[in-house]
Design a protein around this ligand. Sequence first.
Ligand code: GUN
Length: 313
Amino acid sequence: MAEIIDGKAIARQLDEKTKAEVDAMVAAGLPRPGLAVVLVGNDPASEVYVRRKMKGCEKVGINSFEHRLPAETSQDALLTLIARLNADPEVHGILCQVPLPAHIDTRTILAAITPEKDVDGFHPVNVGRLSTGTGGIVPCTPLGVMMLLDSVIDDFVGLDAVVIGKSNIVGKPVALMLLDRECTVTVTHIYTENLPEIARKADIIVAAAGAPELVKGDWVKPGAVLIDVGITRIMGENGKEKLVGDIAFDEVQHAKAVTPVPGGVGPMTIACLLHNTVQAAKALAENGEGNGLDPYHDAPDRSLIYGTSEGSA
Ligand code: GUN
């Protein structure tokens, strides 16, 4: 029987650690970490995510600042708000919820957030830092994936990892993080041939394709560790809607461990956002505004990025 990796429990542990870090910062006279969340328009899914993020802040003692702007907000007005948040000493993390309305250029907006406050890890400077192994803020879902893997794998060196999906938000950063842990990494995508054959060699599979139940039981080597990032609503046989991942969960009992959907990767994303906000606040307190990490030389303590070697922290 495969072990089921309990993302909810691991996220709860991370939240407890984050809350303790916030309390310790405040007790030491440092500013309470603050997260600004910007939502443009009223996309219903984004509304739900933003509400969850604000609630998460409250739970761990992070100040939250919600900025809701109408869908017709101009790109210049949004850039002005971001410049204000970049300069605000009470704000240590800035998150601009995507998707943005079509008349706004997402890349321009994400690049306008100062890298030291970019708690999504989407800024090109943070992407560059990750790809060169020089620290920086890493994206939340990939960070959560690594923490889940850390909860069941002691030694990554030389393991074969297959990442299914090459998105900027999940596939590419996860691949870089696995490479940084000395795995042999294969990234696959929709034009990859022989995907089942490639997957069958893997010690680790991270499925982030957004394709319901793509990974079948006979694609999985006995003893592999499986992380399912996909989440799709489908119609079940009983006519009721259900959520499924990219892995055919019922067929992979011969794996060493697998994340469920829901309750696996999902709960980790917000916990990692809160974790990133506290790390950003600490780095800003130490290094000062606009004087953050030297992208080439100052790789921070790895435990700030991945948690401690106890894994699930
Ligand atoms: N929209 C959906 N997920 C995310 C996320 O993690 N960050 C941002 N900024 N927008 C999102």
